[in-house]
Design a protein around this ligand. Sequence first.
Ligand code: SAH
Length: 350
Amino acid sequence: MPNMKSLIDTLEIKGTLSKEEFVELLSGYTEEDTEYAREKAAKTANQYFDNKVYTRGLIEFTNYCKNDCYYCGIRRSNTNVVRYRLSDEDILSCCEQGYELGFRTFVLQGGEDLRYSDEDMIRIISSIKKNYPDCALTLSIGEKSYDSYLAFYKAGADRYLLRHETANEEHYRKLHPASLSLQVRKQCLRDLKAIGYQVGTGFMVGSPYQTADNLAEDLLFIKELSPAMVGIGPYLPHHDTPFAEEKQGSMELTLFLISILRLMIPNALIPATTALGTIHPLGREKGIMSGANVVMPNLSPVSVRKQYELYDNKICTGEEAAECRFCLQNRMHQIGYEIVTARGDFVPLQ
Ligand code: SAH
């Protein structure tokens, strides 16, 4: 019987494990082991970030998407989605509201919407950076060419979120249509890093067909990429997708993986995601207590919130930005953490 606690000790010391050891840990852990890892991860997060939680204002600016990922509610084939795009003015007014609420990072996220040319994105990026030069701008708009990524970076984008979704070829094929490939996704991540972005990657926990072996590969891929940010959340079904009947991911495993990631990359920016808050009313609090240090409340106009539905029952689709901001502040306060206004850039280890 392998000793899980000694594997967690090794992980803490070495910042990684072998693939076999990760598989062992992920297929044999008990509740006691997750608590053991959680305490270590919370301590590590506290060493680097004290009780501070960074906040990012999420602007979901388009739900049009050319892709057809089997898990995603805004996939192209879902004709029941009411599609929307925010105008430049709408986006800037989200930023204005966000800035007043203390946000110093804006995240522009969307489906892969072909309507936006590079020039359109450059115009939007430049105007946000011109109006809010003290803010960081994060993009999360999917796969683009090296040249497009470079142009966005030159226009002022600081960070980029692109989850690899799964590091295993076979598993990738089961989650995506043939038009998408893991090779391209990984190349995008390497391009983004080479250009100089603070890069975020990640995956869904409990996505259909995922195995402990796949998760071990995800962790090793992340270790190798060495990203500034890692976002993970439970897979949650959406009723209008091919995976509608698949079961949701586990909160406990998501929290355990957050702790593992914190021990792997002690200074990483790790969000307690909306999916985690959706699967359990206190999911985000538990995420922070397991080693996460970022929350990403929604700044999108309430009129479109419900339409950016990647999965069923997504939380916070009815509240104004200010309500979300103060709700999270209270939630963090309840568990002894404090939301801060700082940009919260990644600080490389010495
Ligand atoms: N088009 C962008 C943004 C995708 S949405 C891109 O390609 O990066 C952000 C993330 O939501 C995805 O990367 C995916 O991991 C997650 N997501 C999508 N559908 C989901 C679902 N049904 N349950 C949980 N997370 C989901």
